[in-house]
Design a protein. Structure first.
Length: 189
């Protein structure tokens, strides 16, 4: 029968444990806080660089750019929207928030200044927000004028995600087409 000499194995076990802890720490999520300061509906100049700006070195953080930066990094980020109306204008069908609705693919908290003063207006070009299987919190804002045809969720669609809404107004959103629901909010999963 073979025996392990614990006095000799213990330093190796400690070293292995230390390496595993360092690896786990290096894989932990970085949380970003973005503050929107530009009302245009422009994409981020370099998604994934950790800097929310539509124009390089200009510091113009749009709502769409903030969401693209958040999507590029794991972990729960926060986006702060001042008292203003953010109107979506980029048309198109994608799942990376570059056009159409604001696709959210990583955990996110969106904080407005107040329910009546911070507004996301989908401008009837698409739904406002499309959540892809992640935890999203929305508070102190209005989501309005979202519109979809032949799919669910005119204002917000959340599929396989967790959606928490506090102090928010979901107004004047619609979905059309037989059998589709959730004009304001559609949440499945």
């Amino acid at each position: 029968m073979a025996f392990i000499n614990l006095n000799k194995a213990l330093p190796y076990m400690r070293a292995l444990t230390g390496c595993l802890m360092l690896f786990a720490a290096s894989q932990s999520a970085v949380a970003f806080n973005f503050t929107v300061n530009d009302l245009s509906d422009a994409v981020d100049s370099t998604p994934g660089d950790g800097i929310c700006e539509a124009t390089p070195a200009a510091g113009d953080c749009t709502l769409r750019a903030a969401i693209q930066e958040s999507n590029a990094w794991p972990g729960r980020d926060s986006i702060h929207i001042p008292a203003s109306t953010h109107t979506l204008s980029l048309t198109g069908d994608d799942n990376n928030a570059a056009a159409g609705d604001l696709d959210i693919t990583e955990a996110l908290s969106i904080h407005g200044a107040s329910e009546t003063l911070s507004i996301i207006d989908a401008n009837n070009i698409d739904r406002a927000i499309d959540i892809h299987g992640v935890d999203v919190q929305i508070e102190n804002l209005t989501i309005q004028n979202g519109s979809t045809v032949g799919t669910e969720g005119g204002g917000i669609r959340s599929v396989l995600g967790k959606l928490t809404i506090r102090n928010a107004t979901i107004d004047s959103n619609e979905t059309t087409g037989f059998g589709y629901g959730g004009g304001g909010i559609y949440s499945a999963g």
